[in-house]
Design a protein around this ligand. Structure first.
Ligand SMILES: NC(=O)c1ccc[n+]([C@@H]2O[C@H](COP(=O)([O-])OP(=O)(O)OC[C@H]3O[C@@H](n4cnc5c(N)ncnc54)[C@H](O)[C@@H]3O)[C@@H](O)[C@H]2O)c1
Length: 234
């Protein structure tokens, strides 16, 4: 079976009703990123950050995987599919995809807010939607924070993703503005013989290596176009 790597971003979940932030002028659900998605924001106002992610978690739990998530999950019948996602939602898993690397964390999990929290490998499942600063603590006694990589933090899963993409036969980049580094750099790690596709309504405006075929469509329409381009058994 050929190895197909799917590299997804916030646009992947747009049709599930979860907003991207690039499309709302750098705001995420009306918040400035600096106020809710940085270590400085947590240090300054942990209540606001916790409230923001509690609301995102509720939104994600109420959302359903869309047709594009489903089409990707179905690809496992014919390909060795590996998903590398920038998304903190779990919609790929809920659609049935079995191998998912979360570069920026998973909002259904919590981790310590203590020293070295960026690198911890100890995660706590969150029951329901709420993390409470006064009720939920790690084993060492620090309040639990969402398992999300904030701007300015290390991306421990990067090397795992790098290893995964380096021997891809097919790469499908979908629903990402490729503006968040270091993860956007991953697309340059593919081997020269890899067949690469970029699905995004704004694909035409994106500068990409010549190896990439651009499909300027939404996730679902773009996946249907992609499937029509090749015989899944190739
Ligand atoms: N669902 C989530 O988990 C979620 C939501 C918002 C932001 N984020 C975080 O914010 C960061 C943002 O980077 P990013 O590049 O993923 O997102 P981004 O907001 O920078 O870019 C979103 C991209 O999706 C495209 N898009 C919009 N509607 C689409 C659709 N229906 N189908 C396909 N594509 C569509 C846009 O043209 C754009 O290129 C990520 O690192 C992610 O962790 C995550």
């Amino acid at each position: 079976m050929k190895k197909m790597v799917i590299f997804s971003g916030a646009g992947m979940s747009a049709e599930s009703g979860i907003n991207t932030f690039r499309d709302s002028k750098g705001l995420w659900e009306q918040y400035r990123i600096e106020d809710v998605a940085t270590p400085e924001a947590w240090a300054k106002n942990p209540e606001l950050v916790q409230r923001f992610y509690n609301a995102r978690r509720k939104n994600i739990l109420e959302a359903q995987p869309n047709a594009a998530h489903q089409l990707i999950a179905n690809l496992e019948d014919n390909f060795d599919v590996h998903i590398i996602t920038q998304n903190i939602d779990d919609l790929h898993e809920r659609a049935g995809s079995s191998k998912v690397i979360h570069l920026h964390g998973n909002i259904r999990l919590a981790k310590t807010s203590g020293p070295n929290c960026q690198y911890t490998t100890e995660f706590y499942p969150i029951e329901g939607t709420e993390l409470d600063l006064n009720k939920h603590f790690c084993k060492a006694g620090y309040p639990l924070r969402p398992h999300v990589v904030w701007f300015g933090e290390a991306v421990p899963a990067y090397t795992v993703a790098q290893d995964c993409i380096q021997d891809a036969d097919i790469l499908v980049v979908i629903g990402t503005s490729l503006q968040v580094y270091p993860v956007a750099g991953l697309i340059h790690e593919i081997p020269p013989e890899c067949a690469a596709y970029y699905i995004d309504p704004k694909a035409d405006q994106q500068y990409l290596p010549a190896q990439f075929h651009k499909i300027s469509q939404t996730a679902t329409e773009g996946m249907k176009t992609l499937l029509s381009l090749f015989d899944p058994k190739v």
